[in-house]
Design a binder for this molecule. Structure first.
Ligand code: F6P
Length: 519
């Protein structure tokens, strides 16, 4: 594999950018009546209009050349073959396996490598057990509240999906997500609970994460103090560290494997809250939607491959246009946690400053990913998107058919999504100064027929593969996260100092703040 900046295409893209620096979307549409058709793509469950991006046919061809020169297809195939592509942790990256149908349903796994053939039966055994348990909990009317205790990938995916699929959730149960070590969060949830009707799910890949273990211990203390007696019935663990869960006193554990990265784990046992909410069939449908996207990514030619096309635009914007952020605007309120989920997925995966060999990179990697649901964002930060000094590519996500029948709400919602994308592109030139909109601001429009388990699965898998592609082009390891370690170590050192007041060896600011906190 070749790092992007060492390819001929990179050089050619730089020269091309110098020529098309002033590329104008309005002129591009005027010159090409078929631009929409030429720059849109249908992937499983997701239609993508890429035509309002600052790229022409030649730029797109050079970006595809870049993908080929970087060996993107070989890198993708290495992941699907179960190779240890997370080389700093010597691990395979096989979250796609969690949504691969069982061998019995597809015939023999003829195409699989040894690793995959040996792991797949374990995956399905665990899935089966987890879904049976989910069904048991759904049928248990005495359990009214399910509390997921986890953070990062052990929180954001399940939380995002349970909210997104609320329409499909069984009635009669409430779902709570506690992640922060800030006790205000757990205390607020506990206030409304009774031990006999609560199920706590302690979700942690490692079962060592400070926040999760602190919250889990406090939840267990609360449970016994409130007269709860049957820990085995009211606590379950979702983890790769079965021994630590047992030591904690949890006997019901659903496991997964080190080849599932935390931020890629909602398809594993970590997805139990989703399975309880939408049921085994719904969860299988979520997996099937993601699997359909896996197959698209694995087999579609690069020209028609949506994760690849999105990643190429990411590189084009980050490294040639110099855009440092991307905004995600889901025009569906049930997707309100999607931007937070994508922040971890993209920024923890691709927020890296060295290449796979540990050499400092001379170019930018992950943009800042941020956003809020539309139309709310329009009344908050869209001002900056339209008239600010920085260009921020926007990603609209809309759904054709709503799940409600309320008046003309959905028509208004879709009209606003289309209008914002249109306004960003067209601008308004006939007024000067404060009322002037430059326009020519890029956006991508992703469209689902409806928001359901299958389309959500496909959408999330699309983002996972796009992040993989961008990381592969940048030549980085998208699957480790060493950058989160230092703060954890320092917090361990500081915590006892908040008792003792010892400031020895601390920098002046930290020492000053500590003294102030203790005064
Ligand atoms: O600190 C970062 C991180 O390791 C994430 O990658 C992960 O999703 C999160 O913490 C939670 O980790 P765990 O599931 O092991 O508790």
């Amino acid at each position: 594999m070749t790092r992007c900046d060492q390819t001929g295409a990179w050089q050619a893209l730089g020269e091309h950018f110098a020529r098309v620096r002033d590329f104008d979307l309005r002129q591009a549409f005027a010159a090409d009546a078929r631009r929409f058709e030429a720059f849109s793509l249908q992937a499983p469950h997701v239609f993508a209009d890429l035509s309002k991006n600052l790229v022409d046919a030649q730029g797109r061809a050079l970006l595809l050349q870049l993908a080929r020169e970087c060996g993107l297809e070989a890198q993708r195939d290495a992941m699907f073959a179960g190779e240890a592509i997370n080389h700093t942790e010597n691990r395979s990256v096989m979250h796609f396996l969690l949504r691969k149908p069982a061998p019995a349903r597809t015939g023999a796994v003829q195409d699989a490598t040894k690793t995959i053939a040996s792991e797949l039966p374990r995956v399905h055994e665990t899935l089966q057990a987890m879904l049976a348990y989910a069904q048991e909990v759904r049928a248990d009317a005495a359990i009214t509240d399910v509390v997921n205790i986890g953070i990062g990938g052990s929180d954001l995916g399940p939380q995002m999906a349970v909210l997104a699929l609320d329409e499909f959730a069984s009635q009669g149960k409430r779902y709570h997500f506690v992640s922060n070590v800030d006790g205000h969060e757990l205390a607020a949830v506990l206030r409304g609970l009774r031990p006999q009707s609560t199920l706590f799910l302690v979700a942690s890949k490692t079962f060592t994460t400070l926040e999760t273990m602190t919250n889990a211990r406090s939840a267990r203390d609360w449970f016994t103090q409130q007269g709860g007696t049957d820990v085995a019935r009211h606590f379950a663990a979702l983890t790769t560290n079965v021994a630590a869960a047992a030591e904690f006193g949890i006997t019901r554990t659903f496991g997964f494997w080190d080849w599932v990265g935390g931020r890629y784990s909602m398809w594993s046992a970590i997805g139990l809250p989703i399975a309880i909410a939408i049921g085994p069939e719904g969860f299988r449908s979520l997996l099937a939607g993601a699997h359909a996207m896996d197959e698209h990514f694995a087999a579609a030619p690069l020209e028609q491959n949506l994760p690849v096309q999105l990643a190429l635009l990411d590189v084009w914007y980050r490294n040639f246009h110099g855009f440092a952020s991307r905004s995600v605007a889901p025009y569906h309120s049930a997707l309100r946690r999607l931007p937070a989920y994508l922040q971890q997925l993209e920024m923890e995966s691709n927020g890296k400053r060295v290449d796979r060999d540990g050499q400092a990179l001379p170019y930018g990697t992950s943009p800042v990913v941020w956003g809020e649901p539309g139309t709310n964002g329009q009344h908050a930060y869209f001002q900056m998107l339209h008239q600010g000094t920085d260009v921020v590519p926007v990603e609209f996500i809309a759904v054709k058919t709503p799940a409600h029948r309320l008046g003309d709400h959905h028509q208004q919602l879709l009209a606003n999504a289309l209008a914002q994308a249109q306004a960003l592109m067209l601008g308004k030139q006939d007024m000067g100064g404060h009322k002037h909109f430059t326009g020519n601001r890029p956006s991508t429009f992703l469209l689902l027929d409806r928001l359901d388990p299958a389309s959500l699965g496909a959408l999330v898998a699309l983002y996972e593969h796009r992040v993989f592609c961008a990381g592969a082009l940048w030549g980085i390891n998208s699957f480790d996260q060493w950058g989160v370690e230092l703060g954890k170590v320092l917090a361990k050192d500081i915590a006892p100092r908040l008792q003792s007041g010892d400031t020895a060896g601390l920098d002046g600011s930290t020492a000053g703040l500590l003294r102030r906190l203790l005064s």
